[in-house]
Design a protein around this ligand. Structure first.
Ligand SMILES: Nc1ncnc2c1ncn2[C@@H]1O[C@H](COP(=O)(O)OP(=O)(O)OP(=O)(O)O)[C@@H](O)[C@H]1O
Length: 472
């Protein structure tokens, strides 16, 4: 290994740079990148919070259930139900973290994690269970008569030498409701069956967003479920939300540069008192109390921190809020080519003319050709395959959508489409895009006609775009 070229840990780098003359700038740089590393880890779910905020009773309940399996060998089953981003995975991970801190539990307990999005049928799920329990060699080429036989064999294989005690197993099923769509719900039936019988200490923990998840279970599966449910419904107040904002941005005590971290933490306190920041937070809180959207806002704000701007300012939060609320579809319009923009305008024309009726490629192309005839000097006459390619790109970007995706017999050029943009997404983007093009290219000078409403145009590329504007 080439240790010389390996990057040094930040703290070592920082210590070294501290002793160098004129090292202030590089030390500040190190601190800023360390701040960004810590906070990004925090916001990208790589680090669990110390305690789940506002979920104390649910946390205690879950921890006790898991402890009873791990310590006393009791089997159980439980569902954690809550909306997206409510903290289901985080709650379970925190409880497991606390439980696995106990030495005797850590040695004994086995974890199997499945997700309804990944294990799409029971065969794949069983293979994954075998893999996670490290029993591939034990199973070998053995053939099993049924799924239940296979599962029982796996659990038997986990029994210790004295045959009386088994190692407790936690089966964690993320997106639990998707497992209910597997054929005959065999996996759920067998897991819940094992959790009911006294064979092996097993706890099945299901995580789901669906409140009606029990309705999806077959009768025989439902009857084997313990009907324990932990609901995560946000009861967060704005004050708690603001506290979370402060604590999520604060630097830990073990930050390599204590002076920097003190200054940073003071600046975060000041930020929390800022009126405009309070307003933004209130707006975010009113639209969603989940921490995932708060993390996105903070991630965008923290990415604006640099050596020249080493603390977070209210303007950074404001800009981050603007970016996180931006209309993504309208933003896509910024990146379109001139031909694609022309096609979008042609579609909008058709929409206006036929009052929102669907259109096909031929209609759009005809409209586009009419425009070229009128303004032949302002836009290049593209060949039909090129126009079709641009049209398909718009389809890929989901700016247009087939009216009936099931009808695939129709020739591509005649397939009916509808435009997925509305008036509000049109106008501001249009102006921004034409303005942007005007700035980008300034080779040829051109005086606008009455369609451009007296504006002076800078070049032919802009000309085409603004000629499009006259179409709109
Ligand atoms: N009460 C809370 N306290 C601290 N952090 C929280 C809390 N609730 C959610 N979070 C944070 O919000 C983020 C999303 O949480 P998590 O992934 O656990 O949600 P989830 O309910 O499992 O979502 P999904 O249904 O999409 O799987 C995580 O970074 C988590 O740390």
């Amino acid at each position: 290994m080439d240790f010389v070229s390996q990057p040094l840990p930040v703290s070592v780098n920082y210590m070294m740079s501290k002793h160098k003359s004129g090292a202030n700038c590089s030390a500040a740089g190190e601190c800023v990148s360390e701040v960004q590393r810590i906070l990004r880890e925090r916001f990208c779910h790589q680090r669990l919070p110390d305690k789940p905020m506002g979920l104390e009773s649910q946390y205690k309940h879950l921890l006790e259930l898991l402890r009873r399996t791990a310590v006393h060998g009791e089997s159980n089953s439980v569902l954690i139900v809550g909306p997206r981003g409510a903290g289901k995975t985080m709650l379970l991970s925190c409880a497991l973290r606390e439980l696995l801190d106990l030495q005797e539990v850590k040695k004994n307990v086995l974890l199997v994690q499945l997700s309804g999005l990944l294990q799409t049928d029971d065969r794949i799920a069983l293979r994954e269970i075998t893999r996670q329990l490290h029993l591939e060699n034990v199973v070998g080429d053995r053939v099993f008569g049924s799924f239940a036989e296979n599962l029982v064999f796996l659990l038997e294989a986990l029994k210790k030498g004295d045959k009386s005690s088994s190692r407790p197993v936690f089966f964690i099923l993320e997106e639990f409701d998707l497992f209910a769509h597997h054929k005959n719900q065999t996996l759920l039936y067998n897991l819940l069956d094992v959790s009911q019988s006294a064979q092996t200490p097993v706890t099945v923990v299901g995580l789901t967003c669906r409140l009606d998840v029990l309705e999806l279970l077959e009768k025989r599966v439902k009857s084997r479920f313990s009907h324990r449910q932990i609901h995560l419904l946000s009861s967060l107040s704005f004050c708690q939300y603001r506290d979370a904002f402060r604590s999520k941005l604060s630097l830990p005590d073990d930050f390599p540069d204590s002076k920097f971290s003190q200054d940073w933490n003071v600046s975060i306190l000041k930020l929390c008192e800022d009126k405009s920041v309070d307003e933004i937070l209130r707006k975010h809180f009113n639209s969603s109390t989940d921490f995932r959207s708060l993390h996105l806002l903070l991630l965008l704000a923290v990415s604006r921190v640099s050596v020249s701007n080493p603390t977070l300012r209210a303007a950074d939060i404001l800009e981050a809020s603007r970016m996180s609320n931006a209309d993504t579809k309208a933003n896509i319009l910024h990146g379109l080519s001139i031909l694609e923009l022309c096609l979008i305008i042609a579609m909008k024309h058709l929409n206006d003319t036929y009052e929102g009726e669907p259109f096909n490629f031929q209609m759009v192309h005809n409209e586009f050709k009419k425009f070229i005839q009128r303004k032949s000097h302002s836009i290049h006459n593209f060949e039909q395959p090129v126009v079709l390619k641009a049209f398909e790109h718009l389809l890929q970007l989901e700016l247009i959508r087939p009216v009936d995706a099931g009808v695939c017999k129709v020739q591509r050029e005649y397939q009916l489409m509808c435009l997925m943009l509305d008036q509000t997404q049109f106008r501001p983007q249009w102006r921004a895009r034409s303005g942007q093009l005007m700035q980008e290219k300034s080779d040829e000078m051109w005086q606008g006609d009455e369609n451009t409403k007296g504006m002076t145009l800078q070049n032919s590329a802009t000309l085409s775009t603004l000629a499009c504007l006259s179409l709109a």
